[in-house]
Design a protein around this ligand. Sequence first.
Ligand code: FES
Length: 674
Amino acid sequence: MTAEPLVIFTPSGRRGRFPEGTTVLDAARKLGVDIDSVCGGRGICGRCQVQQSVGEFAKHGIVSSPDHLSPIGSMETEYRSEKGLADDRRLSCAAHLRGDVVIDVPPESQVYRQVVRKGLDVREFHLDPVVRLHYVEVEPPRLASPSGDLVRLQEALEREWDLHDLDADLAVIRALQPALEAGKYGVTVAVHDRRTITAIWPGLHERVHGVAIDVGSTTIAGHLADLGDGSVLASAGVMNPQIRFGEDLMSRVSYAMMNPGGSGEMTTAVRSALNGLLAQLANKAGIKRDVILELAIVGNPIMHHLLLGIDPIPLGSAPFALATDRAVTVRASELDLVTNPGARAYVLPCIAGHVGADTAGVILAEAPHRSTSVELVVDVGTNAEIVLGNRDFLLAASSPTGPAFEGAQISSGQRAAPGAIERVRIARDTLEPRFRVIGSEIWSDEPGFAEATVDTGITGICGSGIVEVIAELFLAGVITPDGIIDGSLAARTPRVVGEGRTFSYVLHDQSESGRPRIAVTQNDVRAIQLAKAALYAGARLLMDHAGIDTVDEVRLAGAFGRVLGLIPDAPLDRVKAAGNAAGTGALIALLSGAARREIEAVVRRVEKIETAVEPRFQEHFVEAMAFPHRTAPSTHLAQVTELPARPAAHSGAARTDRGGRRRRPVGVAAEEER
Ligand code: FES
């Protein structure tokens, strides 16, 4: 008796023998090989494509020849003519085994494929969709067995997809009969978390979408993704309209305390901004909002509570009690969000009263809990989320940096948008600037700059731009270590101008053409000093708690790319940009149920540090107000950056300060070479 055909799947390496005539998809299912399918093997969704590897495979001891699969039949011919199928591809649900074969499953045919997204600074992770689509053919009703349509749908899902005891949303039950009729009893359903039928369409429906949202105090950012393959189709940001109730978090809590109904007003404002964002994203991606089936949301505790309609007042004073520190899943409609009526919103868990779901997002994105080396992860926004640790310990804090790092409360500040100055260099000898704006790669002193910026204009300075220009002004000696714009330089350059009792540095003057003059004022420097001190002090506080003076790796996320000096000194090759880590964490949670379970477990072992009640925070804050720091050494930065000559009072080589420690010139500098 000849042996049954052997099928070997790559890249999984799984193998098994099956009777001749078995479909490749059935063999894969029996071996637990991950092959996608929406249509359940009917040859209409095309998700199950595979490729036969042809030839002699000595290491497996088999020959995989083309005639070991059944020839292309009517199902594949029809699919090919309707939707297109590459010559080397087969539909695994239509190809039958006739002999030994090696079958390659390409990444796009895998449900749990690895997601790699370089442009978005997203670490690799496995797609594990929480919402899955399933096409089924439902038995038509019969007089003899008068069961309801829902029961027959549930039976079909059990039979074909091994989905048991599913619930169904009322909206689905309402739409069921028209869908069955229109689809001639063939319908596609969306099933959430293998538990609930949340949407239904007649016939085959192939794509559903989700949106990951980072609700910041100043800006709200979102990514719209295809839940089937994890691709990001659109990204957008809007301002948080709650800003009119208070610039920072505590002033919003005060607003809620002082004004009856104030909390509800802020809830309404943020929800309407989210609806605007959803509309903008759907428009950009060319989809309708009713195919958005899932949301994943992060935000600091106060944004979290306000979005969910929970009173934020207890978060305003010790003991900063959260209403819940667990992940929350609700219907998007309960948050007044306009999406598919069956859409669910998953809100990541908060960690403590000042350490929110945004920090959970940062942890998920940067995964310090998987690292053997000690990582410091900083996500800069109106609050800086700071996480320190490795796989043995994790500490987290949130530090109130204010909105300056996002370009708010800065005289020429704006959010990061085309036309905003984002890179700046200032010549040490002439004190003349050159800069680059978002939307153009050309520096302002290079040919073609005027033409390249004609559409966007030069409109202001974004958060990373303001930090960079202040770093450069410090390095050029225009700003003193105490953060004063040196007025004596007005004699040397017309760019330093008096404004009452203080001075400003004019970065770009286009007032003659009626457009804004872009300058850095003394108040701007002060705002950045305060923000930087809060950031530094938060990071340093966590290091104190961990009993360490240095970290192995730094991930600096948020508005910044390459700006240093905001954080404790570290080897510069170990300092990496991390994009918007909180938003990235939301995206990972959107696309992976496994990631949700992971972060829900990890946050339980995070030690929370409340900066507001730590006396050491104030001490670190005061020290870090100086540019770049009053006492801490910056050995690593000094190795790569030419630091300015200091006035005697600040040249640290010979002096000691009150504490007797040597002062060093510590740079606030751009990592990039000049
Ligand atoms: S499973 Fe849908 S085409 Fe094969």
